[in-house]
Write a protein that binds this ligand. Structure first.
Ligand SMILES: [Zn+2]
Length: 657
């Protein structure tokens, strides 16, 4: 039973009602459906009204993750809510950084380099098709191996993978044994992993709402994470075709709306000036001060100023050229590329064959434009509704996009519509020279072209309530003023916390190795828990930041471990001894005593000054016992059950509460 039916099922509604008696909570997973149903599923849509009719006095609460104002309005109407209060959190996720990159021949190299630099991090790469997930995973894995990186797993995940295998892959990713999943957007509902450090989109999402949801799976632990969208205009063609094919009738309102949403996303991707964060939040009806982005999106970082150019005349010329071409080609379609090339005055045979170019009035009128600038204009003509691309099957059975006038073309011709395009202003210089944001620059895979961030910590998490708005007379009051909880300095990274800010005690290479060892150790403990029937993942025991701090500070006694204060009392109780043993063993095995000696002296002095009696001798606890770091377990050989096992005697006290 799908969620649509589930919501409507009278059994479930009655169940919820009888369980609670006093109120009914409706959890709306996909609120967009309200609007979509409105047109595609009229009867179902109306049926939801029965909730109010059948339970007139039962308070009703509807919860959802993402919904813009229109959807909220629709939901209120459909559910027959009276005088509803709306509670809304800010949509801003200050710990996420946003970037749109051009998708080209070097994209996979870029991804492989990116992953190679973050071997211990988990990520998701969303693809449009199942086939893409497979080929991308394969290429990335090969590139990583070619770089000599063999311990970073990349695997794919989509609906056609055998369910048992899919579960295994999901589990491997959850437990950190596989770093990267290339997945279709179907992979989402089940993601509950807090430390996803990056979400990439290998193709354009269907809408800004989709993008917000999909990219929002990064950084749920509140630490910084990257959202990188690789954009190519041609992806729009595939997505638009999918929308049209899935539609019940051509040009029905629901389909039109989906295409509008797609174009909204297109605008987002093509924009080089507005703050990405602001664009996303405005989509949800939230006002956001760009200054609070703190340069955590590519456009703010680049700092390009737009120059608005009125290109209404140029647009009319291009439409005229399309008219003439269509006539000359007598029914054989004109593609966006051909129109653009002829406007630029291309002499290439592939565009001019069978045409009498001397009779085309605007042929060559756009010769002053560089290709990339003209692309910007042509794409804007499409998403502003002056041109429309229609997919048609050609003689050889392939689909091609051909042009016709868009819904606003007539208004432009009548002078009722002005067509503006933003170009980078010549008077302002980009803030960062490495930025891709001048249109000419297409490739950026050099090592100096840094990816959005090296791990930075946002100083606080974002959850906070909320603005209450009362609607009167069924009217929805906008705009919604949202309490903005993001402090100005929330993304001012580099402000170091006590723990992570201190200089690592060991040389960097040893600290790096130690981080990995600790992660392996903690993953092993999590596996033990799972084998004992407890659903515990490594991040339940210790997050990445805590592991980093421990590797940097190298506590060699329980007291020191407690002193660092990055893990809870229960974890210290359960795993402290084992951790300390392993840290001591690591120091001894690698002959690193001289680095910790200063620390010991410092500590002894401190202990003497403050609490001589309570001091724990670090050397005493440094008796070399079993070293779990060196137990090189091949986890792939262990058959880890997916679900909890029957309760075993060995159940850990820490989780057995
Ligand atoms: Zn920004």
């Amino acid at each position: 039973m799908g969620y649509k039916e589930a919501i409507l099922s009278p059994i479930i509604i009655h169940f919820l009602y009888h369980v609670e008696y006093k109120y009914l909570i409706l959890i709306l997973f996909y609120t967009q459906l309200f609007s979509d149903w409105g047109h595609d599923f009229r009867p179902d849509y109306n049926a939801l009204g029965c909730l109010r009719r059948d339970y007139p006095n039962v308070p009703l609460m509807a919860l959802t993750a993402t919904a813009n104002e229109k959807v909220v309005r629709d939901a209120i109407q459909v559910l027959g809510m009276r005088d509803p209060y709306i509670f809304r959190n800010s949509f801003n996720r200050p710990n996420l950084s946003y970037e749109v990159r051009k998708k080209d021949g070097k994209t996979i190299d870029y991804m492989a380099n990116y992953i190679a630099e973050r071997r211990n991090d988990s990520g998701v790469i969303y693809c449009l098709s199942r086939k893409d997930t497979e080929t991308l995973a394969d290429k990335l894995q090969k590139q990583l191996v070619a770089k000599g990186i063999r311990n970073v797993g990349v695997t794919y995940y989509h609906a056609e993978v055998d369910p048992a295998e899919r579960q295994k892959r999901h589990h491997a990713w959850l437990t950190g044994k596989v770093s990267v999943l290339t997945a279709t957007i179907a992979f989402g509902m089940g993601i509950d992993k807090p430390d996803v450090r990056y979400v990439m989109h290998y193709s354009m999402p269907k809408s800004i709402t989709h993008y917000y949801q999909e990219s929002g799976r990064a950084g749920r632990d509140g630490e910084t994470a990257d959202c990188i969208l690789f954009y190519a205009y041609k992806d729009k063609k595939t997505l638009e075709m999918m929308i049209r094919k899935s539609s019940t009738s051509p040009n029905c309102p629901a389909m039109r709306r989906k295409i509008d949403q797609l174009y909204g996303c297109l605008r987002y991707c093509e924009n080089e000036f507005l703050c990405r964060r602001t664009m996303q939040l405005e989509h949800f009806g939230e006002r956001f001060d760009r200054a609070k982005c703190n340069d955590t999106c590519d456009n703010c970082k680049a700092g390009l100023e737009p120059e608005h150019r009125n290109l209404s005349k140029e647009a009319r010329d291009i439409l005229q050229l399309l008219d003439e071409l269509s006539l000359m080609k007598s029914g054989r379609g004109v593609s966006l590329l051909q129109l653009s090339e002829l406007y630029r005055g291309s002499k290439a045979k592939s565009f001019t064959k069978f045409l009498d170019i001397s009779k085309l009035s605007a042929y060559g009128s756009g010769k002053k434009y560089k290709k990339a600038d003209l692309d910007r204009v042509m794409h804007a003509l499409v998403f502003e509704g002056l041109l429309q691309e229609i997919s048609q099957e050609n003689g050889s059975g392939f689909n091609s996009d051909y042009l016709q006038e868009g819904p606003k073309a007539q208004m432009l011709k009548n002078g009722q519509f002005q067509f503006f395009v933003d170009f980078p202003s010549s008077s302002t210089k980009a803030k960062t020279s490495t930025k891709k944001k001048t249109v000419e620059v297409t490739s950026k895979t050099s090592s100096s072209d840094k990816t959005p961030h090296k791990k930075k910590k946002s100083t606080k998490t974002t959850k906070k309530a909320v603005k209450v708005i009362k609607l009167k007379d069924g009217k929805f009051q906008v705009p919604v003023e949202i309490l903005d909880d993001s402090d100005d300095d929330v993304r001012k990274v580099g402000g170091k916390s006590k723990a992570s800010g201190e200089k690592p005690i060991l040389p960097k290479n040893h600290t790096d190795v130690l981080v990995k060892r600790i992660k392996k150790l903690v993953s092993m403990w999590a596996d033990e828990e799972i084998m004992n029937g407890n659903k515990v993942f490594y991040w339940n025991i210790m997050n990445n930041k805590a592991m980093g701090t421990i590797a940097a500070q190298v506590p060699l006694s329980i007291d020191e471990l407690i002193d660092i204060g990055v893990i809870g009392e229960n974890v210290v109780k359960e795993y402290g001894e084992r951790l300390i043993k392993n840290l001591n063993a690591f120091i001894e095995q690698n002959g690193l005593e001289k680095y910790v000696k200063g620390k010991e002296n410092k500590r002894r002095k401190l202990d003497k000054d403050t609490k001589p009696a309570a001091s724990v001798s670090t050397t005493k606890s440094r008796v070399l016992l079993d070293d779990e770091f060196d137990i090189d377990i091949d986890f792939s050989t262990i058959d880890i059950p997916d679900g909890p096992l029957p309760t075993s005697q060995a159940k850990s006290s820490y989780f057995n509460k």
